[in-house]
Design a protein around this ligand. Structure first.
Ligand code: ADP
Ligand code: MG
Length: 388
């Protein structure tokens, strides 16, 4: 799950990490005067709250010197589609903006905590040359990037934080603040089960103070069960279908195509989507019902897929490993009795008791095409959707 900048900064504030004075997030121009008041004396910075980086260059971060300027900016920004290198060409509609007090920037530093999968521990990545995209820096000037692996149990050690501070040329009077800040950012990473906590830029102000000017926090969905607060936050990126799927434990991502796919196992789901593409079609979704794939989940999966009006055919591709194919076939049939499917259905089963499973489907008298290989199934689904 990705947190918006203002949500990330709320977390930072609770951990004592310095952030700019803020008027908070607003959704309507009428909320602006109160927000400006909360932020304190201007100038202010109005920031589009979308889940994508590179907002600055795309016009999603604007400086306002007067309340009148701020009002103009907010009116234009709310409702606009922000297109950055990370949003895709359609961009993301801005529904919320953050009103922060503008900081007087002397220097921009890059600071992040990421998971180093090779070392199996959190790692700090930092650079005195902040403000630019870290990928760009990694490519053109890799020697400017610092790394510091962190013991997940002991946390960041004082000497490690100081070593970073010297390398980042943190002003000496701020050494203590930096050590606390870096330690707290690692703690945020651990406490939230994050994959990424990024501050770009972490600034040194003209007065020599340190402030986290931006916040990007991404957490691991698999740990949501123990992150009640995060689980209760609305995942603004998720569509209603994705939210519903999440509730019942199905991995679902909506896509642009016309073939609704129901698969068990993420790897098989990816392979199914590739096969559909190869056969000349396009998947309407990624959907993994999980290892269980019982009648209840298959029914839910059908319901979620059928809510998408673009779906012209449904392809079920299930491997009976832990669950036998005949049990899965029973599940599919039970689901089909409950819901009316008004598009063609192609089913491919493989694995334990596949003969019995297919026989059950064929005997049912329900209208469907039984395919006998992944490639056969993909071609039949594409043909059924009228895409080929
Ligand atoms: P993004 O990473 O999406 O481009 P940032 O929050 O990093 O968005 O903002 C982009 C740039 O805008 C920053 O590098 C900084 O120069 C400037 N900026 C952002 N917030 C403020 C602020 N509160 N005061 C002054 N400048 C800011
Ligand atoms: Mg940034």
């Amino acid at each position: 799950m990705k947190l918006l900048e203002f949500q990330g900064k709320d977390v930072f504030r609770r951990y004592g990490i310095p952030v700019p004075p803020t008027g908070g997030a607003i959704q309507k121009p009428a909320q602006l005067p109160a927000a400006l008041k909360r932020a304190g004396k201007g100038p202010w910075v109005i920031k589009a709250q979308v889940l994508a980086g590179g907002r600055g260059k795309a016009g999603g971060v604007k400086l306002a010197k007067t309340p009148k300027e701020a009002s103009e900016i907010v009116k234009n920004m709310l409702g606009m589609r922000l297109i950055t290198p990370q949003t895709g060409e359609k961009g993301i509609k801005v529904g919320t903006v953050l009103v922060d007090k503008a900081s007087d920037i002397a220097r921009e530093i890059y600071f992040s905590v990421v998971l180093d999968r090779k070392l199996g521990c959190p790692t700090i990545i930092a650079s005195a040359e902040g403000g630019v995209e870290i990928e760009h820096l990694a490519h053109h000037k890799p020697e400017a990037i610092l790394r510091e692996a962190v013991d997940p149990v002991a946390g960041l050690k004082g000497y490690q934080a100081r070593r970073l501070a010297f390398a980042l040329k943190i002003p000496t009077p701020q050494l203590g603040v930096f050590v606390k800040m870096a330690t707290a950012l690692v703690k945020v990473f651990m406490d939230l089960d994050a994959n990424l906590v990024e501050v770009n830029p972490l600034i040194v102000t003209a007065k020599g103070e340190l402030v986290a000017l931006d916040a990007k926090v991404t957490t691991d969905d698999n740990a949501l069960f123990r992150q009640k607060e995060l689980a209760d936050m609305t995942d603004i990126e998720a569509t209603p279908a994705e939210k519903e799927a999440k509730k019942v434990g199905i991995s679902f991502v909506g896509l642009d195509g016309t073939i609704g796919c129901m698969v068990n196992g993420a790897g098989l789901a990816m392979a199914t989507m590739d096969s559909v593409h190869l056969a000349g079609g396009s998947p309407a979704n990624f959907l993994d019902v999980g290892g269980g794939a019982n009648a209840e989940q298959v029914t839910r999966a059908f319901q979620i897929i059928m809510k998408d009006k673009k779906v012209k055919a449904v392809l079920i591709n299930i491997f009976g490993g832990i669950m036998r194919c005949d049990t899965i076939a029973e599940g599919v049939l039970a689901a089909l009795k409950k819901i009316k499917l008004n598009v063609p259905l192609v089913v491919r089963l493989e694995g334990t008791n596949v003969k019995e499973g297919r026989a059950l489907l064929q005997k049912s008298g329900l209208k469907m095409t039984v395919a006998d290989s992944l490639w056969d199934a993909a071609q039949k689904a594409v043909a059924a959707a009228g895409e080929n």
